[in-house]
Design a binder for this molecule. Structure first.
Ligand code: NDP
Ligand code: OXD
Length: 308
């Protein structure tokens, strides 16, 4: 029996050390040096190998090394193999930091001040209270909820939108198609923390973004294909949207001649909003291995039908 890691090799080396410390009884292998493929029971991967059923015929559990699993082709993974996404505090803390920074940057006009500095222009803009900057988060899962719980401490009026009904203290919760327009109409900074599924692909288009109040901004921390990038550029140029902070794009990396790079009201980061922290990730995986052996449900097991 062995556990294989197939993702960034330098992080893999850290996982190997942590497995040696905390689970020396589990043979840990780094892709592609996996030994006998028939021995592999567990795989932690960002991208599984092509045709996993053939490559690893006795696989029992597939762990994603990230919170999302949209990079997996679910149809290629045998139905009896549970797919478990990464639930660990490092991802959550990173996302809270990134989105909080983004909301503060937009609310406190730091991007306008950056442009003013380039022009050596000393000009005070009116300082608006947090209460005037309404934040709305698409997705009320592990990340959306954590981000909202932090943002509301700053005094931002907070709302969230999800598929099913939620109730979160201090957050106006909207759900489903019927709740979407009202949610958008009250949102000055829209944050996308949805999983990428057939239902959410290309969802951030001109129609949806056009329902935000004029002057609203977007923080895109979900997945590149949620957003119709041409529509975003058009809405920015028309002045309907003020700023876009993009951590994810289509494709990744974004080609060097893409107009998003040079748009004066777009900021781009290379998919770094948050990252799995090896120490807590290994803890989470070991806990799930224990649960799996005891026949208990694992934490973060995805529902293939919903796609997340
Ligand atoms: P969760 O699975 O915990 O939560 C997903 C949320 O989205 C749920 O509230 C769910 O609703 C909602 N949702 C899903 N589909 C729909 C839909 N069709 N309509 C309305 N709401 C929907 O995910 P996480 O919070 O852990 O992560 C969210 C995403 O963040 C990841 O899938 C990934 O794409 C992205 N991410 C990005 C990172 C980065 O560095 N940029 C890092 C980590 C994650 P319900 O509650 O009703 O089920
Ligand atoms: C993730 C990511 O899904 O880093 O964890 O995007």
């Amino acid at each position: 029996m062995s556990f294989v890691y197939k993702a960034d090799p330098s992080r893999g080396a850290m996982w190997a050390k942590l497995f040696a410390q905390h689970a020396p009884d589990i043979p840990f292998k780094l892709w592609p040096d996996i030994g006998d493929p028939a021995q592999v029971r567990y795989l932690a991967a960002w991208q599984p190998p092509d045709d996993p059923a053939r490559a690893l015929p006795n696989l029992e559990v597939l762990f994603s090394t990230g919170a999302g699993i949209d990079q997996f082709d679910l149809s290629s993974i045998p139905g009896h193999v549970p797919i478990v996404r990464m639930i660990e505090p490092g991802i959550v803390e990173g996302m809270i930091e990134y989105v909080t920074h983004g909301v503060l940057t937009i609310h406190r006009d730091f991007l306008d001040y950056a442009s003013q500095q380039q022009a050596a222009k000393w000009h005070e803009l009116t300082v608006r209270p947090a209460a005037s900057c309404r934040v709305g988060v698409l997705g009320l899962g592990m990340l959306g909820k954590a981000v909202l719980e932090r943002l509301r401490l700053f005094g931002y009026p907070c709302a969230g939108w999800s598929r099913s009904e939620h109730s979160i203290e201090g957050v106006d919760c909207y759900a489903g198609e019927q709740g979407l327009d009202a949610f958008l109409a009250r949102t000055d900074v829209l944050v996308c923390l949805l999983p990428l599924t057939p239902a959410t692909r290309q969802m951030l288009d001109a129609r949806l973004l056009g329902k935000l109040p004029r002057g609203a901004s977007l923080i895109q921390t979900g997945r590149g294909p949620h957003l119709v990038q041409a529509d975003l550029l058009r809405l920015l140029d028309e002045g309907h949207l003020r700023y876009a902070l993009l951590d994810v794009t289509t494709p990744e990396p974004l080609p060097s001649d893409h107009p998003l790079w040079t748009h004066p009201r777009v900021r781009i980061t290379p998919h770094i909003a948050s990252a799995t922290r090896p120490e807590t990730a290994v803890e989470s995986v070991l806990e799930n291995l224990r649960r799996h052996r005891q026949g208990l449900p694992m934490i973060g097991e995805i529902d293939r039908g919903r796609g997340y």
